[in-house]
Ligand binder design. Structure first.
Ligand SMILES: C[S@@+](CC[C@H](N)C(=O)[O-])C[C@H]1O[C@@H](n2cnc3c(N)ncnc32)[C@H](O)[C@@H]1O
Length: 205
């Protein structure tokens, strides 16, 4: 994620590439879609306006796969964060009167994935309690980027991943996002760099 804050905006959205966001790691989504069997459930924690979520839905759909996709987001933004305390989602939150849930859902509908993507509007840790332990093939974490939040997300979602499944996350960058980098190192010492600035942990067992 860069410091640039794409505005919420209402430009026409026909495909995921039209949605504002920072997503650049499609190859990892393609790898997940090829790796896991039909019937799997994928969760993305931190969706913003749905760019990465709709890309994943496109990857699943284009490959004719039966994989359930769940997005989890407060839709209230992460607030100021990073070295320069940028409030990257603030404009979209303000544009929606305190929530960008409407714009996120609109973008999913406009991309044609209303029946493919299920949204949980809520906070990461309590939302994880909606899922049984060992029930998720892949959980990708891209919510708030400070140490405590990332550590809490890992602690909450790790048990939900099936043995052999993946827990991963965005912005694995010791310089730009030291909180993410250090929380992953401390919580999951066997996690490895993956794709473009991502981290991934394969659950043993
Ligand atoms: C970096 S953005 C996600 C970007 C998105 N994955 C993409 O590539 O387009 C981070 C998102 O995390 C959400 N968020 C922050 N804290 C959260 C929390 N505790 N639970 C759920 N979502 C949270 C924010 O509302 C924001 O939409």
């Amino acid at each position: 994620m860069t410091d640039t804050a794409p505005a919420g905006g209402h430009a026409p959205v026909l495909r995921w590439q039209d949605i504002p966001g920072w997503f650049q790691w499609r190859d990892a989504q393609d790898e997940a879609v090829a790796h896991f069997p039909d019937g799997s459930v994928f969760v993305e924690v931190g969706n913003y306006l749905g760019k990465s979520l709709c890309s994943l839905a496109e990857a699943v759909t284009a490959n004719g796969r039966r994989i359930t996709i769940v997005g989890v987001d407060t839709c209230r933004g992460s607030g100021p964060e990073g070295r320069r305390a940028i409030n990257a989602h603030g404009a979209a939150v303000a544009d929606g009167g305190g929530t960008f849930a409407g714009q996120l859902h609109r973008n999913i509908i406009d991309c044609g994935f209303a029946d493919r993507v299920h949204l949980v509007i809520g906070a990461s840790v309590p939302a994880s309690a909606l899922f049984a332990d060992g029930s998720l093939a892949w959980v990708h974490i891209d919510a708030r980027h400070d140490y405590d939040s990332v550590a809490a997300d890992i602690a909450a979602w790790g048990p939900k991943v099936v043995c052999g499944g993946w827990l991963s996350g965005d912005d694995y960058d010791a310089v730009q996002w030291p909180g993410v980098f250090t929380a992953v190192r401390d919580s999951l010492p066997t996690a490895e760099p993956w794709s473009l600035c991502q981290w991934r942990w394969v659950k043993p067992g």
